[in-house]
Structure formats: structure tokens, C-alpha cells
Write a protein that binds this ligand. Structure first.
Ligand code: UT7
Length: 330
């Protein structure tokens, strides 16, 4: 039985400067501010500059997390970057970030692709690696430059996504019952055709034709994903609560993946928890995939919505179709 807990020591986030509002999108494709807000809850999203890479955004979020934790880059010996839009397919975004941040060359660095559930997967992985005793301090980043894989002519997807980064520093304390209490990860692999980028991988490398057809961009069967998202997030939330013997009313705050306000409202109804216990920032950032939960977590902490002793539920769903939940006691 472990005598230590893995705890979050600091968080940070970054959103690029450029704001793309619904009105501007309505001049690009046949849509309206009214449709986007009523169907998704999104008012605006942030876009990275052309020369601003996922690694650049990740570095800023990480620096803010390190500052809050009162730690130096040299203190980190494990870096996990959750992303599905790394700077390049190879090498890992984590290696770019390691170098730009000035992390030790003895830091284990790798990317993890679980799409929108990426941060929850990465947090669980980091905590397991810390608990093994072989690592002391982990930097976990969720970052996406989704604007680089959006088809700006497809109104069913281009209104939904945005860019950004969030980070957390994870360490250990000699105390049980604090920090990460448990996680529940899973995937419905039969749903790989519901949310995907078909070209640019080893099955269908990019060709002139695939670029012309914009097959390097995100495609989604939104309605099917919506239904599965609600079911999976509800189940993942219930499972972890049961596993940790915690009742829904003991949760002070839920930090759900920010894909659609209507999905968050459905989870609130299913768990019978009022919306004021949910962090919502999808209106300002849209869906930033792996960055969505760490950005929301950082904003919640910095605005004082999380206090010592509080229990927070993270719950996510994304392409794969992956899902994950985590319970944290602060
Ligand atoms: O982060 C990973 C997980 N991703 C998600 O969780 C996304 C899940 N899905 C969703 O959030 C929603 O399904 C969407 C927001 C993507 C779509 O909302 P919906 O209520 O399911 O709409 P729909 O796809 O059923 O489309 C309704 C109508 C269609 O027109 P018809 O066929 O009824 O004439 C669409 O063509 O709305 C039309 N439509 C639009 N109209 C204006 C689709 N996109 C737009 C648009 N502007 N941007």
C-alpha cells in the first residue's frame, strides 16, 4: 500500500492573442452567431499566429505552472505532452518543449495522443510513473494548435475548435488521501470513424489530391459523437465516484472537457449537480481538445474556485473515442 499521494503543485495556461468571434466566422462560412451560440455555447475562440507553434504555447503555460509551484526547470524529470497537433509528426512536441524550456537532458520526454481526453490520460500516466518511485516531479501539458487542421470551408467543424495550452506540475507528498484519488480511463475503438483526420498518417500519407480535398483536416459526425460523449462522460464520472466512495454532492467542482455547453448541461442533469459547480469557458475558447481541461483547471484555481480539502472531478471525452475521469482532493 502506497504511503504517498501525487499532488498538483502548480498550474498555468496560455491562450493566443488573436480572437476569432462568431460574427467574423459568419463572414467566412454560412453560419450565424445565433446558431453557434445556441447549438454550442461558443462565442469566440483563440487562434495561434502562423509562426506560433504548439510547443511555443506549451512552453508559456509550463513557465506559468513552474512559477506558481515555485520550481525551476531543473527540478522536472518527467515531461508528458498531451496533444494531437504536435509541431511535427516526429520528433515529439515534448522534445521541442524540453529544449525551449531548458529542462534537464535527464528528463523523460514523450507525447501522448488521446485527443480531448489527453490531459486526463497524461495526468494518470504521470502519477503512475511518480508512484513507481523512479521520477520525482512531472510536468504535464495539454496543448493544441487545432487551427492548423481545421477545414475553414466546413461549417460543421470550423466553428467549434480553438488553440491554447494548459500545464500542471505534479509531485509527491508523504500523506495519503490527498491529490489524485483515482482515475477511470477507457475508449470505444469502434468509433474511430466518428472524429478523425484521414490523411497524413502511415495508412494514407499526404498526397496532392488529399491536400486538394482537405483530407488533412478534422472531420466529425457531430450528432453521433454528441450522444456517445454524454453517455461516456456520465459513466466515467459515476465509475470514479463509486471507486473512491464519494457521492456526487461531495464534489465541489467539475472540470469537464469543453466541447459543447449542451454536453456539459446534460452531464449536470445526469449527475444531479447544479451548473454552478461546473467550470465553463467554452464560450471564450471553443473546444481546445487536450488543452481544454488544463486551461479550465488553471482558471478555476486562479479565480479561487478551488480550496484546500475540495474534491474536483475532471471528466473528458474525445476522438478514439477515448474517455477519462479523475478525482482530485486539494
Ligand atoms: O471534443 C471532442 C468531442 N466533440 C464533441 O463533443 C462534439 C459533439 N457534437 C456537437 O457538439 C454537436 O453535434 C454539433 C455542435 C457539432 C452540431 O450540433 P447539432 O445540434 O448536433 O447539429 P446537427 O449536426 O444535427 O445539424 C443541425 C443542422 C443541419 O442542417 P439540416 O441538415 O438540419 O438542414 C446542419 O447542416 O445545422 C446545420 N449546421 C449548421 N448551421 C449553421 C451544421 N453546422 C452549422 C453551422 N451553422 N456552423
Amino acid at each position: 500500500m502506497s504511503t504517498c499521494s501525487t499532488v498538483i503543485l502548480g498550474t498555468g495556461s496560455y491562450a493566443p492573442e488573436r480572437v476569432l468571434g462568431n460574427a467574423e466566422l459568419a463572414r467566412m462560412v454560412e453560419t450565424s452567431d445565433e446558431w453557434i451560440r445556441s447549438r454550442t455555447g461558443i462565442s469566440e475562440r483563440r487562434l495561434a499566429a502562423t509562426d506560433e507553434n504548439a510547443s511555443d504555447m506549451g512552453v508559456i503555460a509550463a513557465q506559468r505552472a513552474l512559477a506558481e509551484a515555485g520550481l525551476q526547470p531543473a527540478d522536472i524529470d518527467l515531461l508528458i505532452v498531451a496533444t494531437c497537433t504536435p509541431d511535427m509528426p516526429m520528433p515529439a512536441c515534448a522534445c521541442f518543449i524540453q529544449h525551449k524550456l531548458g529542462l534537464n537532458t535527464r528528463t523523460a520526454c514523450f507525447d501522448l495522443n488521446a485527443a480531448c481526453s489527453g490531459f486526463v490520460y497524461a495526468l494518470d500516466t504521470a502519477c503512475a510513473m511518480l508512484t513507481s518511485g523512479r521520477y520525482q516531479k512531472a510536468l504535464v501539458i495539454g496543448v493544441e494548435k487545432l487551427s492548423s487542421v481545421i477545414d475553414w470551408q466546413d461549417r460543421t467543424t470550423c466553428v467549434l475548435f480553438g488553440d491554447g495550452a494548459g500545464a500542471a506540475i505534479v509531485g509527491k507528498v508523504d500523506e495519503v488521501g490527498r491529490g489524485l484519488l483515482g482515475t477511470r480511463l477507457g475508449a470505444f475503438g469502434e468509433g474511430t470513424d466518428l472524429l478523425y483526420i484521414s490523411h497524413g498518417g502511415s495508412r494514407s500519407p499526404t498526397t496532392a489530391e488529399s491536400i486538394a480535398a482537405r483530407d488533412h483536416c478534422i472531420r466529425m459526425k457531430g450528432k453521433e459523437v454528441f450522444k456517445l460523449a454524454v453517455r461516456a462522460m456520465d459513466e466515467a464520472a459515476r465509475d470514479i465516484l463509486e471507486q473512491c466512495h464519494i457521492r456526487p454532492d461531495q464534489i465541489s467542482l467539475v472540470i469537464p472537457h469543453q466541447a459543447n455547453l449542451r454536453i456539459i448541461e446534460a452531464i449536470s442533469e445526469y449527475l444531479e449537480l447544479p451548473m454552478d459547480r461546473f467550470v465553463v469557458n467554452v464560450d471564450r475558447y471553443g473546444n481546445t481538445s487536450a488543452a481544454s481541461i488544463p486551461i479550465a483547471l488553471d482558471e478555476a484555481r486562479r479565480s479561487g474556485r478551488i480550496k484546500t480539502g475540495d474534491v474536483t472531478l475532471l471528466v473528458a471525452f474525445g476522438a478514439g473515442l477515448t474517455y477519462g475521469s479523475a478525482l482530485i482532493r486539494w
